[in-house]
Design a protein around this ligand. Structure first.
Ligand code: GRF
Length: 192
């Protein structure tokens, strides 16, 4: 049997910087990776992350977000055309509807910069510092119709130091994100 035949066709959805996309591209290029990135979708024309897709010659599209229904219909079409088996949200700033999740049928993963269920939504680092938490971290979870609430696949902690600012904490957590996203994919797909 051909070794790469088990790879899942994966779409990465982004809205901005794309550092998690970059780490997933790096992982996908490994011989033993379990995914093949067949599509990158951005809802934002000026997302920096698109440069990583272009550099690696990965098929990428921008879908303008005027309203959710139209966006999701166009997205579903592109996913179907590209035979996508797995979606990874990587800094994608729009919320996907329950109806989209149902129609797509395959798993959708998201990475979130907090120790879920703590700090769903935005400004996670600031909230962790304000609350004088001892730890923060990152979580990869399955996307369901409730924001940042699906089954947790993998989570990793970092210590919050007294000297940490929102920026330094973001940097530390991001470093962890880049490590755990590929690991979470392996964990999810290994149980397939
Ligand atoms: C990351 O912190 C991710 O956890 C959150 O949005 C940020 C995206 O960063 N969902 P990048 O675009 O991957 O650099």
């Amino acid at each position: 049997m051909e070794k790469s035949s088990g790879k899942k066709n994966t779409a990465i959805l982004i809205s901005g910087r794309g550092s998690n996309l970059r780490s997933l591209i790096k992982y996908a290029k490994k011989k033993k990776s379990l995914i093949r990135i067949v599509l990158v979708v951005s809802d934002n024309f000026s997302a920096k992350g698109l440069n990583y897709a272009n550099k690696s010659k990965i098929n990428n599209i921008v879908l303008k977000y005027s309203n959710r229904e139209s966006f999701e219909n166009r997205l579903l079409k592109s996913l179907k055309i590209n035979n996508v088996d797995l979606i990874c949200l990587a800094g994608f700033m729009k919320i996907l509807s329950g109806s989209f999740i149902k129609k797509f049928k395959n798993p959708i993963l998201n990475i979130h910069p907090s120790l879920l269920p703590k700090y769903k939504g935005l400004n996670t680092h600031n909230r962790a510092i304000q609350n004088k938490d001892k730890y923060s971290g990152a979580t990869v979870h399955i996307v369901n119709k409730k924001l940042d609430s699906g089954k947790i696949i993998l989570q990793k902690k970092v210590k919050i130091l007294k000297s940490d600012s929102e920026k330094s904490l973001e940097k530390k957590v991001l470093k962890i994100e880049h490590k755990i996203y590929p690991k979470a994919i392996i964990k999810l797909l290994a149980s397939d």
